[in-house]
Design a binder for this molecule. Sequence first.
Ligand code: KG4
Ligand code: ZN
Length: 353
Amino acid sequence: MLVLGLEASCDETACAIVRDDGCVLADVIHTQTSLHAPHGGVVPEVASRDHVRQVSRVVENALAAAAISLNDIDAIAVTARPGLLGALLVGVEFAKGLSLATGKPLVGVDHLHGHLSASALFANGTACHVAPPFPHVALVASGGHTALYLVKGPNASQVEALGATRDDAAGECFDKVAKVMGLGYPGGPAVDRWAERGDADKCPLAFPRDRIEGFDFSFSGLKTRVAAHIETHGRPESEEALAHLCAGVRSAIVRTLVGKTLAAADETHVGAVTVGGGVAANRFLRSELARGAEARALMCFLPARFACTDNGAMIAWAGLQRLLAGERDDLSLDASTTSILPSVTRKGRGRRS
Ligand code: KG4
Ligand code: ZN
């Protein structure tokens, strides 16, 4: 069975062809980074327009890369939520057109469930991969969301929320800190690169341990601390000082994410942890999570770095899980800005009562 996965929820237009054994036959990603960089963040209207411009070319290129035609596809999966509404609509309406033209089934996918599912895809897309056993604890850390889940099965209905950020997402925190340091957009990869050359112990700022109870997160304090430091002392003058500051920021964010993920695994007595979302591409997060998991004899599933940021393969794979469960959507499929995954946290207010 071959599933075409289409992703256009934010600033990437992506299409992948994934086989039901987890092999990724093609994975084409057009990124809009250079369009948004001058604005220091994603401009929704610019994003929608570029998705319209790129979507047919990206789909055609994915089919060509997989050396198949549209008729060889068995189903079409598309990100339907959450994300920028105008961007989502481009993908959803295009996918409906493909489904109508080919008569192939259509499934809408939750973007966060896509990130959760990415750890089941093989590292280099050329061979099959051992999927994480259920139940497992999954951290999703992206530019728009940061949450911990207990994943009891391959479908979104089998995902339980353990906690989430009460304010900024981890990726958003990386992006905002990078902006005040003048490192451009997106900030996460830039901070990660500089941090590789720095030493967190030489960072001029001390970041206190996260004092939030349970599995919720808060990152806005860290961002404010860095902004206040830069306002008082100016941007780091030397490359060395910049590297140390970036290492300190990265270490503080990673320490919180990894600490809570491992604590959640302890509390739920699972045998495996996974991570997904753009921040999962962070080198220090990957090594620290792997190290912590090994110390606890936990299995640790890290998607390939390219599979952490938005892509069509994770959407195809999550869509396949819906198809295997006998679920389908029809042409009334609508885009939405909210996730179907449960949430135990309200922004700014902690746990729901
Ligand atoms: O999952 P994603 O591609 O899009 C969303 O669903 O938001 O995540 C993008 C986010 C951005 O905030 C970006 O700065 C962050 O992931 N990111 C990273 C790294 N690569 C991407 N953050 C830290 N370290 C990285 N290497
Ligand atoms: Zn994402």
